[in-house]
Design a protein around this ligand. Structure first.
Ligand SMILES: NC(=O)CCC(=O)C(=O)O
Length: 279
């Protein structure tokens, strides 16, 4: 039987140029959170690599290497599920990905998602960015099992594509984790709207975890880590500074919303279909 409630801490952390500093910060946060008995901790997109395309190959590590190892050990030490945001990953062929790992309470990797939609945008008088200058894309929708429920995970720009969230939910996800880093152009316009839209359409919890804002960095994060319930209600939202928030997510609410307003059941799959193409 799955458990109906879980306690989640979303950490809106600073991004340091030195991995050593990031690791010290993470250890200290996990110590601080220890008395809270949280079940799941979530970190931001590229939490240990200043978000610049030129940095991704420099900071990239193989799966199982230093930062991965640290995250696995921290999860095990604190007996907590850890969504280790995302980090640049290099594969055996030298391709670099924006990759999210999730560890269970034993420190075992239970999910790996490579960002599938690369953030290549060019907004007039606003944000420009081209992840594809140095990153390759992943090809999969990612869901994983926990003792609470199935969850899905995707990374930032991935979440703009409603198909991804819908596929996670048709695969059984009740909670969607999104390590992310919106910016000062798209953040105020779309961040909250996107998390609420995906939540209300899919009747799932959506959790966006972003880095704290550093106005001196090349890419300025909007911050505003957010948690939205299956009714589309904002449960909590940070501002731009460093910090964390803790929530209890009640999975019975997902079942209640889905039973009372049976959107997923009312889909006209005889009229339209959505399916993942496995490569
Ligand atoms: N890191 C990202 O994918 C940023 C996405 C973003 O800011 C957006 O507006 O989408």
């Amino acid at each position: 039987m799955s458990m109906a409630k879980l306690k989640v801490a979303q950490l809106q952390t600073k991004v340091y140029a030195e991995k050593k500093q990031t690791i010290e910060m993470l250890s200290s946060y996990l110590e601080t959170l220890s008395p809270e008995n949280v079940d799941l901790i979530t970190l931001p997109e590229m939490f240990a690599c200043p978000y610049q395309t030129s940095n991704f190959p420099i900071y990239a590590e193989r799966e199982g290497d230093g930062l991965w190892q640290t995250c696995s050990e921290l999860a095990k030490q604190h007996r907590v599920y850890l969504s280790a945001g995302s980090m640049p990953e290099v594969d055996e062929a030298g391709k670099v990905f924006n990759t999210a790992y999730v560890f269970d309470r034993e420190g075992k990797q239970i999910a790996k998602h490579r960002k599938a939609h690369l953030f290549d945008i060019n907004i007039q008088d606003g944000q420009h960015f081209k992840e594809s200058d140095t990153l390759a894309s992943g090809n999969h929708v990612t869901v994983f099992d926990t003792e609470f429920c199935k969850m899905g995970i995707c990374i930032c720009y991935d979440f703009r594509f409603p198909e991804i969230a819908r596929l996670m939910v048709t695969k059984g996800a009740k909670i969607i984790l999104v390590p992310a880093a919106f910016n000062m152009t798209t953040g105020p316009a779309h961040w909250e709207l996107m998390f609420r839209s995906r939540a209300v359409d899919n009747q799932a919890y959506t959790l966006g975890t972003a880095p704290a804002r550093d106005s001196s960095s090349e890419y300025i994060s909007w911050g505003h880590s957010i948690a939205v319930g299956p009714w589309g209600n904002v449960i909590g939202e940070l501002e731009e500074g460093e910090g964390y928030m803790i929530h209890e997510l009640d999975l019975d609410v997902v079942d209640q919303v889905r039973a009372q307003l049976p959107l997923l059941h009312h889909r006209r799959t005889d009229m339209y279909v959505l399916e993942e193409v496995r490569k």
